[in-house]
Design a protein around this ligand. Structure first.
Ligand code: GRF
Length: 210
């Protein structure tokens, strides 16, 4: 099967990006990670891209007068690299709706909690894990979902519950969930690249693939 060309979007460490790139390089998923876009000059993801020979492009929103100009630059960049799939991996910047529309059902995000719980505006980074901890949850875990115009809202592709009843701090929950993110995100992208999801309203159904 021909490899699907993917761009990862990162703002920070990029451990999910690295997990996806490494699964692809090992031939576990039919994906070629062709580009990493970041909006933070200091992003650790940059070094991870360099080590793996993946082109990294720094494209901060602040360089553009408005959303339209930012969207046009993103689309031009993605087309130049013949990108078919986008994986948001810790990307702390709203994606302009023109890009969401262009990549409808071809753009994913990973959220470090079981959506629709602990998601939406304001739920990012350690804030998510603190809220999960304070709620006394016994399970948490990553959600991979399609991106639509609202935060943490598009159809859910995959989730994995992780027991956290013995976690003594939000940091412990974060570490446990992150380990699972690194397995779940490549897996979900592999199924998506194979055409293994069919979206019906809010539900993404698994369908057989060849
Ligand atoms: C992850 O916890 C992910 O769920 C969230 O941002 C974090 C990114 O971590 N969206 P990394 O940059 O992949 O290490």
């Amino acid at each position: 099967m021909a490899l699907v060309r993917l761009a990862a979007f990162c703002s920070h460490g990029g451990s999910n990006f690295a997990a996806i790139a490494d699964a692809a390089a090992r031939g576990e998923i039919p994906i070629h990670v062709a580009l990493m876009v970041h909006n933070n000059a200091q992003a650790g993801a940059k070094e991870k891209a360099g080590k793996r020979g993946i082109p990294a492009v720094w494209l901060p929103r602040s360089r553009f007068a408005d959303d339209d100009a930012y969207a046009a630059a993103l689309i031009e960049l993605l087309e130049a690299h013949e990108i078919h799939l986008i994986a948001l991996a810790g990307f702390m910047q709203r994606i302009p709706s023109a890009v969401v529309g262009r990549f409808r059902e071809r753009m994913t995000n990973i959220h470090p909690a079981l959506l629709p719980l602990f998601g939406g505006p304001g739920f990012y980074g350690m804030r998510v894990h603190r809220a999960v901890f304070e709620a006394g949850m016994k399970v948490s875990g990553p959600t991979v979902h399609l991106v639509d115009e609202q935060y943490d809202h598009g159809p859910i592709l995959m989730q994995r519950a992780v027991a956290i009843d013995d976690c003594a701090s939000p940091e412990e929950i974060a570490a446990r969930v992150l380990t699972e993110e690194h397995k779940l995100y490549p897996e979900a992208l592999g199924v998506l690249a194979r055409g293994g999801f069919e979206v019906q309203g809010r539900r993404a159904m698994r369908v057989p693939t060849r």
